[in-house]
Design a protein around this ligand. Structure first.
Ligand SMILES: Nc1ncnc2c1ncn2[C@@H]1O[C@H](COP(=O)(O)OP(=O)(O)OP(=O)(O)O)[C@@H](O)[C@H]1O
Ligand SMILES: [Mg+2]
Length: 219
């Protein structure tokens, strides 16, 4: 479903990574480990087309993403990708349900239908009854569950998760990760989790370490 070949990225004359190769099948959940500054967030941005690659090939469902223009990439992201960001990125002026419904609105799903599906997604992450709450009324773990619901509400084929438990205590982190892995499996989505946490990576089907010369498979 997703195939990366020899992907390379530099900022200025500083090479961040090269030789990145990866094959991800539908429904597979992998983790990519790396220290702070190793390029994990950048790799997700490159896969999503938010940041251009300097070389190599990125194929998604047979389509070469590096050949698409910005409009085509935006459309593809809205249709097929779900995102969970390193910082929460839950919009403070919207309710929980409105935050979750955002990806559907961007796709042009009618408001009633979007609300119905958002409420379902909110319930599926254990937050039934909090649909109308403002984000500031939620804990860090609850906010990250909102982010999971929002990433999955549109049934994306690929979920890109950037350190989704970085701001949580270990107990909460465990719960959020368990929820994340069961939700991506239930949706049949493929997922890439980037993290510096071995415990977080342990929830994935396979693990890699990002290095300057490529992805190294871990056992
Ligand atoms: N737009 C940019 N311009 C220049 N340098 C950048 C840019 N984005 C990231 N970098 C640099 O690239 C390196 C990798 O950044 P990245 O955010 O991908 O790391 P990371 O592995 O996600 O780290 P962390 O675990 O701290 O989130 C860092 O040194 C960063 O300063
Ligand atoms: Mg990062």
């Amino acid at each position: 479903m997703l195939e990366l070949t020899d992907v390379r990225k530099s900022f200025g004359d500083r090479l961040l990574f090269s030789g990145i190769g990866l094959a991800l099948s539908a429904g597979e959940y992998i983790a990519i480990l790396g220290d702070s500054g190793a390029g994990k967030s950048t790799l997700l941005n490159v896969i999503a087309g938010l940041e251009p690659a300097d070389g190599g090939s990125i194929r998604f469902q047979g389509q070469e993403l590096t050949a698409l223009d910005d409009d085509e990439l935006t459309r593809l992201r809205r249709e097929h990708f779900g995102f969970i960001f390193q910082a929460f990125h839950v919009l403070p002026h919207l309710t929980v349900a409105q935050n979750v419904a955002l990806p559907l609105g961007l796709r042009g799903v009618a408001r009633d239908e979007a609300t119905r599906r958002a409420n379902e997604a909110v319930a599926s992450v254990g937050l039934a009854g909090r649909e109308g709450s403002a984000p500031r009324e939620l804990s860090g773990g609850e906010l990250q569950r909102v982010a999971i619901a929002r990433a999955l509400v549109g049934n994306p084929r690929l979920v890109l998760a950037d350190e989704p438990t970085g701001n949580l205590d270990p107990d909460n982190a465990r719960q959020v990760l368990a929820l994340f892995s069961t939700q991506v499996k239930q949706h049949g989505a493929a997922a890439i989790l980037v993290t510096h946490s071995d415990a977080a990576a342990a929830t994935a089907d396979r693990r890699y370490r990002i290095t300057r010369t490529g992805l190294q498979a871990l056992r």
